[in-house]
Write a new protein. Structure first.
Length: 261
């Protein structure tokens, strides 16, 4: 066995670190996914921007000179229509639903698992043969601090992100002999529409927005600010770059110290 290829540390293509590579980003129409698409394109990758929202998928594709794919990732059959010849797979699409466990709607719970666990599995199955053939691949799963810790009223999300952590580790173990790494990034609260909606809900329920941000969302976070989507994207690009071939099966917290606290 070629140990260099097995470690996934082969020399990057000439030019930008990801030139000659193709990346597929799910949930690329907004927030973290859009920032990842922009950063991966800036690093030289050709980008497939996947989103259920047609307008935003096309807007991102236009911004990065990539290709838009309008797909509902809850639909397993639709995933088969996506390109499989990609070197970098960023499983990012997701959504939140807040409700007490006893009242958590089954339909929402099951949809969360389909979008945030089953779709990543199906996309790995879809893309791994190409990565293995090339002896190089990077899978980055956008998990969360909620892949490592629980919060009240987030049963569907916490269950899905913990499952994604396990799936990512299995992909790391199985991918290693083929030059394929798989990692999670674990952001705290990021300035995206997903968090803006939570802030709106919290503000409507009582305290003002600033109060809700400081005393609810950032209560456990020593660094008292929201994370920017571009900061998550920079970590994703690093995980796909030349210096991280030995980093696999890991969970990279970007949480301002939330999980340390
Ligand atoms: P966002 O709402 O800004 O973007 C999510 C995107 O995913 C949207 O464009 C949406 O249309 C797309 N999407 C949702 N369901 C889909 C489906 N069924 N099929 C295809 N696309 C779908 O959210 P974001 O904050 O950028 O979140 C992106 C990821 O980051 C999610 O997995 C989320 O759990 C994770 N995350 C977010 C935060 C945060 O604070 N914002 C923190 C940790 C982890």
């Amino acid at each position: 066995m070629n140990t260099v290829a097995a470690a996934g540390s082969g020399a990057p293509a000439p030019g930008s670190v990801l030139s000659g590579r193709t990346a597929l980003v799910t949930g690329a129409g907004s927030g973290i996914g859009r920032a990842c698409a922009v950063a991966l394109a800036a690093a030289g990758a050709a980008v497939h921007a996947v989103d259920v929202d047609a307008a935003s998928a096309h807007a991102t594709a236009l911004a990065v000179g990539g290709k838009a794919h309008v797909v509902d990732l809850a639909d397993a059959d639709a995933i088969a229509s996506l390109p499989g010849d990609v070197d970098v797979l960023v499983n990012n699409a997701g959504f939140q639903h807040v409700a007490p466990l006893e009242a958590f709607p089954l339909e929402r719970f099951e949809r969360m698992q389909r979008v945030m666990v089953t779709a990543p599995l199906l996309l790995m199955q879809h893309c791994l043969p190409h990565m293995r053939r090339g002896g190089w691949g990077r899978i980055v799963n956008v998990s969360s601090v909620h892949g490592l810790r629980a919060s009240a009223n987030k049963a569907g999300y916490v269950a899905a992100k913990h499952a994604l952590e396990g799936l990512s580790k299995v992909a790391a173990v199985e991918g290693a002999p083929h030059g394929v790494t798989s990692n999670c990034v674990n952001p705290g609260y990021v300035r995206t529409p997903l968090v803006e909606r939570q802030l709106d809900d919290l503000a409507a329920a009582g305290p003002g927005r600033e109060e809700a941000l400081a005393h609810v969302l950032l209560d456990r976070t020593p660094v008292k600010r929201l994370l920017e989507p571009e900061e998550v994207a920079a970590a994703v690009v690093w995980l796909c770059g030349p210096g991280s071939g030995f980093v696999t099966g890991s969970s990279l917290t970007l949480d301002g110290g939330w999980t340390a606290n």
